[in-house]
Design a binder for this molecule. Structure first.
Ligand SMILES: [Cu+2]
Length: 132
């Protein structure tokens, strides 16, 4: 079969896709623990206070670093951050970021919230089990 312009273009495109996919596949085969850093910010929208983002996801065994920032204006310049399942409880003062590190050794879904104001909207830490 004589290659047409179209088949040559298709072959070239296939090569590009294979080249682009290779690094992704190489990363996926490794199951070694990595360090993951997230910045979580306490924010207010209208009258509701939140921790953003509301979901963070890691692999079991990962070292996790959370940088906690409180950007909520107002007379009360402190908000809490707690992940009870991991024994983490911090008070974060506006303008003074706090860093928390831990190893995500327990798999599952673990809520986080502000322990000082139960009405504040929290989120969930998802730890994907090893071997999944
Ligand atoms: Cu709060």
């Amino acid at each position: 079969m004589k290659p047409t312009g179209r088949t040559i273009a298709a072959l070239a495109l296939g090569g590009l896709i294979a080249a682009a996919a290779a690094p992704l596949l190489a990363q996926d085969t490794g199951s070694a623990a990595t360090e993951k850093t997230f910045t979580l910010v306490a924010e207010q929208i209208n009258k509701t206070k939140f921790w953003f983002p509301s979901n963070i996801m890691v692999n079991q065994g990962d070292k996790v670093k959370l940088v906690l920032k409180n950007d909520i204006e107002g007379a009360d310049n402190t908000h809490g951050f707690t992940i009870p399942a991991y024994g983490i409880t911090e008070v974060v003062t506006r303008g003074v970021p706090k860093t928390v590190t831990f190893t995500a050794d327990k798999a599952g879904i673990f809520p986080y919230s502000c322990q000082l104001h139960p009405a504040h909207v929290g989120g969930e830490l998802l730890v994907i089990p090893k071997g999944q």
